[in-house]
Ligand binder design. Sequence first.
Ligand code: GLA
Length: 493
Amino acid sequence: MATEGPATRRVQVAEHPRLLKLKEMFNSKFGSIPKFYVRAPGRVNIIGEHIDYCGYSVLPMAVEQDMLIAVEPVKTHILQLANTNPLYPDFSTNANNIQIDKTKPLWHNYFLCGFKGIQEHFGLSNLTGMNCLVDGNIPPSSGLSSSSALVCCAGLVTLTVLGMNLSKGLKTPNLISINNYTKLGGTAVGWMGSDSFSPSRAWVELAEICAKSERYIGTEGGGMDQSISFLAEEGTAKLIEFSPLRATDVKLPSGAVFVIANSCVEMNKAATSHFNIRVMECRLAAKLLAKHKSLQWDKVLRLEEVQAKLGVSLEEMLLVTEDALHSEPYSPEEICECLGISLEEFRTQILSPNTQDVLTFKLYQRAKHVFSEAARVLQFKKICEDAPDNMVQLLGDLMNQSHMSCRDMYECSCPELDQLVDICRKFGAQGSRLTGAGWGGCTVSIVPADKLPSFLANVHESYYQRSDRSLAPEKQSLFATKPGGGALVFLEP
Ligand code: GLA
């Protein structure tokens, strides 16, 4: 595989069975050959759950599993989407009239989020279409970010087709409309080769566009998934920080392996309101803490803003929480009283459309989780840097504490995840926790390398063979993983 630029790889498709199969399927579906391919990986979050949308840093790594899309720009206005998985039906629409149905998280809507995100970011109209065949191998609804990977992949596909230039600050936008693109003979990746192309700047910008555009689907995610999909690098986990978005390498211990185990309970965060309720609870907690500290609370949206305004440590924020909030759930009326606003103002100015009917909000528990989890992320990174002799044990302890906090304070676990975490610890994991949004999906465990074979065998027997979960293909349900690379465009020579 020859390398051409940081984001583009020249590949001999014939040497890559998955690409070859995709090319053949594309040909039989659309009667033509793809012009290029794009991949965007899923991720496993090692620590730092449900804190990105509060403004706090998280510590994920990309997994090897990804979304792969074969693409051919066309001269009509039709965007045609197909999926290699027959469970996901074909879809086509006018590229200039993208409608995203928030009521049903259908697969193609995630593609449309990425497409529309690029279109709106650059204010483009009169777009021509493309044919795309999607092939994903990230288990869906499992907390490994299959949906964001599809949004990111679609964003990069669209950007590539349009020949757009990111990092506007570095170079005047190199607007090649699709018409020019076709006139120019359609080399498709002109922007990649431009002299002043800065991959990291462009990747940051693209991650931000995709994080924003995934919200078209109705979930208020925080940006971790899209950031790691673009900013990941093979061999290293990343500390992802926000405002401004940036990624720093975190070297994981060489004596341990990270193992993903799927609880096989499916959780689609766009199909339920759990996720958005948590986002709202954190926002309300931030407002009440700000009010308690006589800050201007109405502009505050995230817990991190309160900490920044007070200029105190995370440990002190835990004390402020003890002082300002009570552990009994808050009713909308009580929140209104604290903030001095009417129920009408509360509903129209603060609550999101999908949290209008919520009757109780647990603010104390959510804030305690967020501040303690944010501190654990920083401790985790520090231990990785200092590399003490007992680092695997120390990292494992932090992961265990994270799971307990997710289970008890954030209430985003489920009985199967708790059982799986217990089984993983029993068979040798130093630490084990749910990963991703929770309420189902996967766990991640840190396992001393020498214990890996017995760990896998025992967890397999205890969790997967003792119930109908054995129906799930084991390869996808229980596997060791290493930090993988980020999104890429593949071209044939
Ligand atoms: C989902 C969201 C992320 C993050 C996690 C929980 O994956 O997309 O932004 O909030 O849940 O940590």
